[in-house]
Design a protein around this ligand. Structure first.
Ligand code: GLU
Length: 477
């Protein structure tokens, strides 16, 4: 059996968003699933669109998510170099083969002349095809003119691993540019040469290339190389599923998600399930599971919805699955200022309590600051709580005072004894937990959410709890 070889071939034209990364991930998984080779190649032949620092950024994203390449940029390999701008001689040699075979010619027209042809076609309401203007006696190509492919228009039927059987007519085949007048090859030419030279077996890419696919097949034939397997990715849609994902709804720099407290493994698992599932109900996958289970045949054709709530939920799942030591290391930069000087063992206890409640690492300050410093009372937390808003100030005061009195009596201060005390308070006050416990929770933390109440109170310590209950009661008087 031939070895499966896939590649990720980004252009250094800006930051990586989830769409780019998904293409790279699916190519990686396809290779790894089959014990094959994953290649990273930089497609930097469009000098006008290049953004400085993008190549570094691309590598950083891949490394962070553990999408390691076996061959390519930095690591090298049998088909080096892996940066297109360093392969110009290779494209020239392949172009020469086409010229010699009568399948490429120098384009003699000025851009203005081509524009006139285009307008003519428009006025006559027909599609503009460059091949209708093929020069009879093209000049010898000296590199100063664009070099064009002499196409052989015909219909195609082909199989796309994701999209199924696809068809096109001869009218979409045209004489496209192979090498531009600046000496750089076009994407259309360079990627075909590179995929052939690098023996890529599966080309996995976005839908924007689908309309050019027949032209690529025409070129494969002219070059007498076997076309690889094609797999076209579905679009990623916004939360509502009604349009393509835009910058506002998540198409941002992948590294921003990490800065916002998402774990790399969450991003990996989330991006993998944008348009793919393993046919079961499983939603959370580790990298190893993805490698075992991934199959291009299970990538869906229709657009995949980018659901930010699912991303948050998934991050919570991954955070919960971390060992406390691992979480402690990763969360270190996210501690609130007030925790900087705290004892490591105390911080570890706080973190153990908070772990189940964290949706992102960035939630840490809101969940824990009150363990390290006296919180500012925020009455709006009570007034915006549906059940508490209904109580009069007097009722609130009575509840807090009874809680204070009952907890003060405790001789042992631990989560169990506190829970027992809270339960009997429910009976003596005749209140529901939703009211009594919420009020105590807010009065002792002044935070929108916190770990389980008895655990929180235990860790805060008796003195601090009684002090805060007293203060809250005074405030409500
Ligand atoms: N350089 C192209 C891009 O970044 C790659 C397309 C492909 O994978 O062939 O969109």
């Amino acid at each position: 059996m031939t070895e499966i070889r896939t590649r990720f071939a980004p252009s250094p034209t800006g930051f990586m968003h989830v769409g780019n990364l998904r293409t790279g991930l699916f190519a990686y998984l396809t290779a790894k699933h089959a014990n094959g080779t994953f290649v990273l190649r930089l497609e930097d032949t469009d000098k006008n669109r290049e953004v400085e620092g993008s190549a570094e950024h691309i590598k950083e994203c891949l490394e962070l998510l553990g999408i390691t390449w076996d061959e390519g940029l930095d690591v090298g390999g049998a088909h080096a170099p892996y940066q297109q701008s360093q392969r110009l001689d290779i494209y020239k040699a392949w172009a020469q083969k086409l010229i010699d075979a009568g399948r490429a010619y120098a384009d003699p027209y000025t851009p203005e002349e081509v524009q006139t042809f285009r307008e003519q076609a428009q006025n006559e309401k027909r599609a503009f095809l460059y091949r209708n203007h093929r020069p009879e006696n093209p000049p010898i190509w000296d590199g100063s003119q664009p070099l064009r492919f002499k196409s052989d228009p015909k219909p195609y039927t082909w199989q796309d691993e994701v999209m199924g059987e696809l068809k096109s007519g001869p009218e979409v085949i045209d004489d496209f540019i192979l090498i531009k007048s600046d000496g750089y090859p076009t994407y259309n030419f360079a990627h075909i040469v590179d995929d052939a030279e690098m023996q890529i077996t599966h080309v996995i890419r976005g839908q924007e290339f689908l309309s050019s696919q027949p032209n690529y097949m025409n070129l494969y034939e002219a070059l007498e190389v076997e076309a690889p397997v094609f797999a076209t990715m579905p679009h990623i849609l916004n939360e509502n599923g009604n349009k393509k994902l835009g910058k506002r709804d998540g198409a941002k720099d992948v590294l921003d998600y990490v800065r916002e407290g998402f774990l790399p493994e969450t991003l990996l698992g989330f991006i993998a399930t944008l348009g793919w599932n393993d046919g079961t109900e499983q939603e959370v996958f580790t990298k190893q599971e993805l490698i075992e289970k991934f199959d291009l045949k299970r990538v869906q054709r229709s657009g995949a919805r980018f659901d930010e709530k699912r991303l948050l939920w998934m991050n919570g799942q991954f955070i919960r699955a971390l060992s406390i030591e691992d979480l402690a290391t990763r969360i270190e930069p996210f501690w609130p200022e007030a925790a900087r000087a705290a004892e490591p063992s105390y911080k570890a206890k706080v973190l153990t309590l908070a772990q189940d409640r964290l949706k992102t690492l960035l939630d840490l300050p809101a969940l824990t600051t009150y363990f390290f410093t006296e919180p500012d009372a925020d009455i709006s937390l009570i007034n915006t709580n549906k059940q508490l808003a209904r109580l009069t100030n007097e009722e609130r005061d009575t509840l807090l005072t009874s809680a204070h009195a009952a907890l003060r009596e405790l001789t042992e201060w631990n989560a169990d004894s506190i829970q027992e005390c809270l339960n009997s308070l429910l009976e003596t006050t005749g209140q529901k937990p939703g009211i009594l416990f919420s009020l105590i929770r807010i009065a002792t933390t002044w935070a929108p959410f916190s770990p389980q109440l008895n655990d929180t109170l235990e860790l805060l310590g008796k003195d601090r709890v009684l002090g805060r209950l007293q203060q809250a009661a005074d405030l409500l008087k």
